[in-house]
Design a protein around this ligand. Sequence first.
Ligand SMILES: *[C@@H]1O[C@H](CO)[C@@H](O)[C@H](O)[C@H]1NC(C)=O
Ligand SMILES: *[C@@H]1O[C@H](CO)[C@@H](O)[C@H](O)[C@H]1NC(C)=O
Length: 517
Amino acid sequence: MAPLILPFVFLAYLVLYSIALSIPTIPNFLSVGRAQQQQVLKSPLDTWIEQQERIALDKLLANVSPGGRNVKDAAKGSVIASPSREHPNYFYQWVRDAAITTSTLVDLYTDEPSSKLSSDLSNILDDYSDLQYKLQRTSNPSGTFDDLSGLGEPKFEADGSPFIGSWGRPQRDGPPLRALTLMTYLRAYNESHPGLWTSAGAEDWYKDLYDPSLPANSIIKADLEYTSHFWNQSGFDLWEEVDGFHFFTAMVQLKALREGAELAKAFQDKGAAQWYAEQASYVEAFLQQFWDERSGFLVETLNTDRTGLDCALLLGSLHGYPSKYSHDTPVFPPYSEEILISFLRLVQDQQERFPINAAPSSSEDGVAALEGIGIGRYPEDVYDGYGNDKRGGNPWFLCTASAAEVLYRTADHLISTGNLEISPIGIRFYEALLSSSSLEPEIDRSYGPSDALFHSVIERLRNTGDEFIDVIKTHTDAQGSMSEQFDRVTGYERGARDLTWSYGAFLQAIRARKRVL
Ligand SMILES: *[C@@H]1O[C@H](CO)[C@@H](O)[C@H](O)[C@H]1NC(C)=O
Ligand SMILES: *[C@@H]1O[C@H](CO)[C@@H](O)[C@H](O)[C@H]1NC(C)=O
């Protein structure tokens, strides 16, 4: 196209665009400012993300009671996994999934505590905690409240009654995740209500959540007691298939015990603070066992015949990352080389495994590029969303979103610290990330804002994160619905429709993206 006609094409485009939006009169239009022009020129991905953010929140809230259109007959405060009641039936409340979804709502509350959305969310959060109080005290096939064994029960009926079918139980990630969600809410609520803490009525609000004098009466305290006494016993993983010790579970246990120790201190519950901190130090040491020196990546479950690569490694890193109220040193954060190299190995596996993921391009020296693709749960997966398929599983929305989030968070970390160090553990990740450029990362040196490589790494992290989001965009339907999986051959959605966690994971990835734009 000749350079001279470009401006005219551009103008014609703007005019057509203004007509499409029924923006009045051309003279007005010609005086649009830079900001508006940029808005017109927003990338298709940005435009989609903006719209999809609203849709995802709406569809997530549709699965949350009170108020959700899909949960009219569920107990107040419940978060169902999906509205699908058959083929497959996901119309249950999982303790883990509900806590994770609710933590997304707590984050939205924390962003703007005085907004209209936050006052609606506050009602939901209060009902959520009332219902969790009841569920904790409901006897179920995992046990009872008296000896706390019942807290390991993974799922309940939507009306709050126990689920009595056979299942992979107990699962020990639910209590720490629930404690974390409610601890963050307690901190955020306290922060947005100055004076409440020392006021006469404060106790009424806090005592159901944390009451040092009556541990059996408070939700957070019960979950912390459970976590501190049961973390060293085996349980089923977050995918509900393998009994053993799991990275994801241990990561959220560590976070809950550390932040629980801090909360106990704030409540003058000194003995408990010390006990939680001590157990946290054991979990922290235990977590080192998940680094497999021989294979050079983290494994999700100890002593299994699986490779160990798993999207749960990414989830463990994201959900185990200290909250903004904590002063703890992160263990296996998203930007750690152990996570990034495991990420790379998982991506490489999934790229070859699923036909919809095109083969990677490789550089002249043969390094396969790191590209955004559809990510499933783990290589050996055979669950196809309805039953088992010997040929293998499919990519999942929530895993693909988590992959994007890991990269955005890594970029965010580099921007805020201004320092990148590369050791033999992480070098392959950075080589794959930079394979399309002429820059060669070197081991055992650090890079900062005065190095070109430092800026390239940040840019590549952002762009590759966007590629993962673009994959989600491709497989989300025209109404913005996200199910559990998308087909590894056709790309169409599969499994439970409107999976609550798919929307939550997408929203979390987009929050992380905004921090690095
Ligand atoms: C609540 O906020 C007050 C300050 O307003 C602070 O002193 C107190 O430690 C906070 N409590 C918790 C549990 O964070
Ligand atoms: C688990 O931890 C508790 C508390 O620290 C300890 O008393 C118990 O011996 C441990 N059990 C195992 C199997 O390690």
